[in-house]
Write a protein that binds this ligand. Sequence first.
Ligand code: SF4
Length: 268
Amino acid sequence: MTGDERRQALEGIADEITACTRCRLHEGRARAVPGEGDPDTEVVFVGEGPGFNEDREGRPFVGRAGGLLVRLLASIGWRREDVFITNVVKCRPPDNRDPQPDEIAACAPYLQRQLAVLDPAVVVTLGRYSMAAFMPGVRIGQVHGTTRPIDPETGAGDALAFAMYHPAAALRTQALERESFEDIARVPGVLLRARERRESVAVPSAEGPAPAEGPAPAEPLAGHPDVVSGPGRVNGAGDPAIRPAPPALPTPAVDDPAADEASQLTLF
Ligand code: SF4
């Protein structure tokens, strides 16, 4: 699919979202928030749902949480225009309450189709509802900063999921904000590893296809802030601006009861 075809496909999905009445959230919205970003990106950030400012502007992450997301991206040399940003529900829940399971389920096909069009190498989940769509049955306090292979049923094919706290939660707790900067520093390395993983699947060796991944264990981390290239789609052997990934970083052992809320929600 070319960049133009991706853009057109995403605009078509956005048009459907704007007119959608599949769940009760359409009743209170000012504007639906389909998502935005570079249609050619390799990295998609998925939050939970629009808040007050997002509902007014029809754009994701434009309030204080969006400001932190921009700072997080800047800390690794990326801009929000370099990635694609969306949410699991595209309309604002009243009073910023958590999205409910039936609302998430009703909206899931839109995210699934967006991911199928974008075909990202990495999906960064922001918050526990987004994480639950790609890493069901885990606790965010235990898995933030780690990756898992993604179920192709999510639409994201052979991508890796990388879990982070929601920026709104990080704004409330200094420790979570610090950990969020530590976590995002790993994302460029995760992108490198995801590219290698996809290339090994796309170009099977003479002995046969690459071995299948096992059942979604938390993967070791290989990220590092020194990897400065943006997340644009790369064809061929790779981006010469990117230095080799350094040795694996340890998985942080964090167990903050305020943020460590288990969620069993499964979108797909
Ligand atoms: Fe439609 Fe999703 Fe909005 Fe519900 S949240 S009305 S499913 S676009």
